[in-house]
Write a protein of this length. Structure first.
Lengths: 316, 913
């Protein structure tokens, strides 16, 4: 005896204005009677604070009450019987209900502290004597086309340059004295469908370069009382240059945004989800070999970096 | 039994065919056509004849740059080209037994769990003792192990794919691609590249097939419609696009640059499902490749790009030009680093450049494949070699790139820009490639076509001037070798003189090394083949000196060439040339033991024999004989040559005899020379040579030599059967006819009173009877010949005489009845043996012929009494039982018989037919 939820779309992506469709698949060896088959849609923003910039006390009270977005049940079938074998019961329900919505439909997001999740649950209740059958499945919500940004993305790019003097942390003496200069440009507003674009040129570097990486960070902030707790975590590293590349050759920056790990930049009252990119230059040095796996956020003596905010938007 | 008297002159007249004078010799060549007609023939030949070795230089011009056709071809072509290129690539860098890798990738470990465990282990180890980890960096693995592991991985990827576990396939492929990040494997890198890209291509195909299937079939497996060859993005359903995009996202998430590029290239054709213009992505990948700091890794990455781009239905060559330009920048960086680094690093740099060379070669091949003149100019200007598409050669180029550019550049472009190209070669001088090799290449290229005189002059003047400064013979030779054909073709004698002087001076100063010898050999052979006459070549200044410095195998090759050339055009009579060739031959002969291949020996022996044969001292016969004596001394090991010596000395003797004043003593010397030389020759030819010499002796009237020679000839037959492999049908026939010839010759030989009159025929007969290997067929023929000889000797007048001064047996024994008696008794004996030989023949057909032969012999030799008639009759019966009645030989024999004996026998025979 098993029950399963199957959505109409293989990628399980739905927009708030669209009906969530699918079927309930019940497999049973004998026919069973039930007191109704219901599908519940539940969406919420789950917040928790742990470590990060939060203090010991806050982390103690880690879990904060979730922010509900939607919670809505329909009856697919009134009480009756399910025959033995495999039965497929189609269902369809609107996500957005007039006046019923508690919050904006934020896009699905799974972060370290913030999780925006939409679940559909099927329940087949069979009275008090039998355990009710149920199955839960996550579906993904993307913003409605109508809600999307009307203005085009700004085509402008931020121009950056990185030298020994732009670094706010100490560098190895040979790097500091020898000097280096990287210039480039990068888009700071980016559609989730498009890669992060830009380019990078090593103009000079006395110390040979080990690698140049583009690190993508997400910044999750939660309003906790009167304080804002912020957690920054690395979600993807993409190598742009491997080894001591030729000087004055333009290297392209091209990073495809990872699905699920990114969502549109969200600035809600109680929480916010933001992103930033860092261009990290690692110089060849004996020291770096001893610390192969180190926290990427920590500035090291052999690293130079430039961090830029990145606004992610959902476009049509 | 009685010999039949013969009247030879009457028989000759009655049997002779009427003679008619012929207008032309039947074997002479047809009359040469007029020169005009010949020229026409040649012209037509040129246009019709397609020389596959020349390539289709002409048709390259004619074919318009028809893009549709070209693209179609590209669809199939690259796979073949690529396969052969890959094979060459692997062959070019032979792999040493052990491959050292900078760190052992876990994917190469055979232990099953290669995913998480080992990496955490490594991590722990690393934390534990970082220093230790660093020390263990350089590890080795046998290349067989490496290769077999890669094959295993390929299988694993396919297996997972088939098991619908595509994520594992992708993960493994990423690990495989990462292997290419380690270039410390050096010579193994090209092989590794081939193996890894093979796996990448496989993955690319799998992904392509999967997405194509998604585009062509709906979810439940129904066919929605086949994709056209040139489909557009709008033809692709959302589901397929989604899957395709997922693949690119997954690959885009790979952290390391190199595997990310390789994997995107592997599935590059899939961009067509998402973009109508995937070429922009190609341009981006070219740029991304710049991020690979390792020169070798980036070069091979570009190589794979060039390969993958050809899978697109259409592509331009812009990205290739960028690739070449980027490679140039990298090379320049390597070269500038060269100057300030120590020797060890320099070696690595050299290796790096040589590893990168095939990639440049491949780019150039792809770029210049079927370009129009205008496009070529565009490419040149894009490569930065032409400012404003006009002034080629104003900017220098890395010489290795220049080399491969020169190799592929259409020859018209070369000729149009010859001055600029010369300048370009001159200013592109660096360590990536030896400058002289570019001069050399230019020389070869210019020989592809016939060029106007002024172009040739410009090039030659410039090049000769440049190489005049070369100190090294090797470099000098390498360049000069390439230009020799050009110089000879255009008859630039002054240049020829200069280069010969240059070579000989350098050679005399420093000697010639082994590897230089090959260039020298090629050059000398070119010279030799150009000149028709040996005298012309040797009269060139410095040429003899150059020949003198040669040694070893190259010397042999050149000497053999000289020898063949000298003997090509008739007789050699110049004493200095003869002396020179003699020395040449002597060297070849003395070096022969170093030539292991039997075929070579045969070639040398044949050439020397031919040389000896062609020598002609004219009237100076004494000198000639002395020369032959020298040859016998010098070339003792050549069997074949001794035969030639005997022939030559015999013909010398005949020549002397023909002279008005006969030098009998000289003839005697010749005969003696032959007589002494023959015994050292192997058996089968001895008989003929003795016989030949005997003939000469008879002509010269040297009766005492004559008997000895004939004796030697006959006794030489004793040893014949010892030689293995002699009894091929032709050899047997040859021997039998030689023996028959001896019989014919014996007619002229005067009897010696100290010997029995039938001494020689008897000896011959005894010998043949005693040697069991003479088959009955041979016996029949030889015995018939002996019987006929005896018959002839019995005549009152012999059919022919050799030397009027030597009386024949007809004079010596005229009317001697005991003489006749002896002949008859011997012929009886021979006849008996002849008949028994006929009876012994096992084969029916052969027996029939033999019987007829014997019958003819009897009919010609004897007056047919009853006894003989019945013998003949019996023979005819035998023949009839073996042959058909229509057999012409049988019929004519029967006719003869009836003519010879108008008695009962003839009629019986004719009636019975």
């Amino acid at each position: 005896m098993s029950v399963e939820l199957k959505f109409s779309r293989a990628n399980r992506i739905y927009r708030p204005s669209e009906p969530l469709e699918g079927k309930i698949v019940v497999k049973t060896h004998s026919s069973i009677s039930h007191y109704g088959i219901r599908v519940t849609v539940k969406g919420s923003v789950n917040l928790q604070v742990r470590g990060g910039s939060a203090g010991v006390v806050e982390s103690f009270y880690g879990v904060i009450k979730p922010i509900p977005i939607v919670n809505w049940t329909i009856e697919v079938k009134p009480s009756g019987k399910i025959v033995s074998g495999t039965s497929e019961i189609p269902f369809s329900l609107n996500l957005r209900q007039q006046d019923e919505n508690l919050e904006r439909f934020y896009e699905t997001f799974h972060g370290a502290d913030i999780s925006i999740q939409y679940l559909a649950t099927v329940d087949i209740s069979r009275g008090y004597l039998h355990k009710s059958l149920s199955a839960t499945m996550e579906f993904i919500v993307e913003s409605d086309k109508a809600d999307l940004l009307q203005r085009p993305l700004s085509p402008e790019m931020v121009i950056f340059y990185i030298t020994q003097d732009t670094q706010r942390h100490p560098l190895l003496p040979e790097i500091k004295s020898g000097g280096f200069r990287l210039t480039g440009k990068i888009s700071t507003q980016c559609s989730l469908f498009d890669p992060i674009n830009g380019e990078l040129t090593v103009e000079a570097s006395a110390v040979p370069i080990q690698t140049i990486d583009l690190q993508l960070f997400r910044v999750e902030s939660i309003l906790l009382g009167e304080k804002i707790v912020t957690e920054t975590s690395l979600i993807q590293t993409t190598q742009i240059a491997d080894g001591d590349v030729c000087r004055n050759l333009t290297l392209p920056i091209y990073v495809i945004l990872p699905r699920l790990l990114t969502c549109p930049t969200t600035l809600a009252g109680p929480f916010s989800i933001e992103f930033k990119v860092a261009i990290v230059i690692s110089f060849q040095s004996e020291l770096s070999k001893l610390h192969k796996k180190s926290d990427p956020k920590t500035p090291r003596l052999w690293l130079a970096m430039e961090t830029l905010p990145l606004e992610l938007v959902r476009t049509k | 039994m009685e010999f039949r008297p013969r009247n030879y002159s009457a028989e000759n007249e009655s049997h002779a065919l009427p003679r008619v004078r012929a207008a032309a010799h039947p074997l002479s060549a047809p009359p040469p056509p007029s020169p005009l007609a010949q020229a026409e023939v040649i012209d037509r030949g040129n246009s019709d004849f397609f020389d596959p070795l020349r390539g289709n230089a002409n048709s390259a011009n004619d074919t318009p740059s028809d893009h549709d056709n070209w693209n179609e071809a590209v669809d199939h072509q690259p796979t073949k080209e690529w396969t052969s290129f890959r094979r060459l690539l692997m062959q070019r860098f032979p792999v040493s037994k052990m491959v050292s890798v900078s760190s052992m990738p876990d994917v190469l470990m055979r232990s099953g769990k290669l995913h998480e465990k080992s990496s955490t282990n490594m991590h722990l180890e690393e934390l534990d003792d970082p220093q230790k980890f660093a020390d263990e960096g350089a590890k080795t693995i046998t290349w067989q192990e490496y290769v077999s592991r890669l094959h295993e991985l390929k299988d694993e990827i396919t297996r997972s794919w088939l098991a619908e576990d595509r994520v594992t396939s992708l993960k493994l492929s990423i690990k495989v691609a990462k292997l290419l990040m380690d270039t410390s494997v050096f010579e193994f890198y090209p092989t590794l590249f081939v193996l890894v890209t093979d796996i990448m291509d496989m993955l690319g195909n799998l992904v392509w097939q999967r997405i194509k299937q998604k585009a062509e079939f709906s979810e439940d497996g129904a066919l929605c419609g086949n994709l056209a060859e040139n489909f557009k993005v709008r033809d692709i359903c959302a589901d397929a696009k989604e899957t395709c995009y997922n693949w690119f996202s997954k690959i885009g998430a790979v952290q390391e640059l190199l595997p990310r590029i390789y994997l995107e290239l592997a599935i590059f054709p899939c961009w067509r499902f998402l973009l109508d213009q995937p070429l922009d992505s190609l341009q981006r990948l070219v740029m991304m490749t710049r991020g690979l700091g390792d020169p070798v890794a980036s070069a091979y990455c570009r190589l794979y790009m060039a390969h993958c781009a050809q899978k697109l239905p259409s592509h331009d060559i812009g990205y290739l030009v960028t690739c070449v330009n980027d490679t140039r920048v990298i090379l320049m960086q390597i070269l500038s680093a060269n100057e300030r680094t120590d020797k060890n690093v320099k070696l690595n740099r050299k290796l790096q450049v040589s590893l990168m060379e095939p990639t440049v070669e491949y780019f150039m091949k792809c770029i210049f494949n079927g370009l129009s003149q205008r496009q070529v100019n565009e490419v040149l200007s894009e490569l930065g070699l032409m400012k404003n598409q006009q002034d080629l050669g104003s900017v220098s180029c890395v010489s290795i790139i220049l080399h491969h550019l020169l190799k592929e550049l259409p020859i018209e472009v070369v000729s149009l820009n010859i001055v600029q190209i010369l300048h370009l070669i001159e200013i592109s001088k660096d360590n990536s490639f030896d400058q002289h090799m570019n001069y050399r290449l230019l020389g070869f290229r210019l020989y592809e076509r016939k060029f106007p005189d002024d172009i040739v002059n410009i090039v030659l003047d410039e090049v000769i001037q440049v190489i005049a400064l070369y100190d090294s013979l090797d470099e000098y030779l390498k360049v000069v070798d390439a230009y020799t054909d050009l110089i000879l073709q255009n008859q630039k004698d002054n240049h020829l003189n200069t280069i010969l002087e240059g070579i000989s001076k350098r050679a005399w100063n420093k000697g010639v090394a082994e590897d230089e010898m090959l260039s020298l050999q090629s050059l000398v052979v070119k010279l030799l083949s150009h000149f028709k006459n040996l005298e012309d070549v040797f009269s060139l200044d410095w040429f003899p000196e150059i020949i003198d410095v040669m040694y070893g195998k190259s010397q042999d090759v050149v000497f053999l060439y000289v020898l063949n050339m000298a003997t090509r055009n008739g007789h050699i009579s110049d004493p200095t040339i003869i002396q020179m060739l003699f020395e040449v031959s002597q060297t070849l002969h003395d070096n022969m033991e170093f030539l292991n291949v039997k075929d070579d020996d045969g070639q040398v022996a044949r050439s020397i024999s031919r040389f000896v044969h062609m020598v002609d001292y004219g009237a100076e016969v004494e000198c000639h004989l002395a020369f032959l004596v020298d040859c016998r001394g010098a070339f003792g090991r050549l069997n074949e040559l001794k035969e030639t010596l005997v022939h030559s000395s015999n013909s010398l003797a005949i020549q002397a005899l023909k002279c008005a004043n006969k030098h009998l003593s000289f003839v005697k010397s010749c005969v003696t020379f032959s007589e002494v030389t023959i015994p050292s020759i192997s058996a089968p030819r001895k008989f003929d040579l003795f016989l030949e010499t005997a003939e000469v002796a008879l002509l010269g009237g040297m009766v005492s030599h004559l008997d000895g020679l004939i004796d030697s000839a006959i006794s030489s037959l004793y040893t014949v059967d010892i030689i293995d492999g002699f009894r091929t049908p032709t050899d047997v026939e040859g021997l039998v006819s030689s023996i028959k010839k001896l019989c014919g010759f014996l007619v002229m030989v005067p009897g010696n009173f100290s010997l029995p009159v039938t001494y020689f025929p008897n000896n011959l007969f005894t010998l043949i009877s005693s040697q069991s290997w003479f088959e009955s067929k041979m016996r029949t023929q030889i015995f018939s010949a002996i019987v006929l000889l005896l018959t002839t000797l019995s005549q009152n007048r012999l059919p022919y005489h050799a030397n009027p001064q030597i009386p024949g047996n007809d004079l010596l024994y005229y009317g001697d009845s005991s003489y006749n008696q002896e002949l008859v008794s011997l012929s009886k004996l021979v006849l008996e043996n002849l008949l028994s030989a006929v009876q012994q023949e096992p084969s029916q057909a052969a027996q029939g012929i033999m019987a007829l032969e014997a019958c003819n012999c009897i009919a010609f030799s004897f007056t047919l009494n009853n006894e003989l008639s019945s013998v003949c009759l019996k023979l005819i019966e035998t023949a009839k039982s073996c042959l058909s009645a229509q057999d012409r030989y049988l019929q004519s024999t029967v006719q003869l018989l009836s003519k010879q004996s108008p008695t009962s026998v003839g009629t019986t025979v004719s009636n019975s037919i």
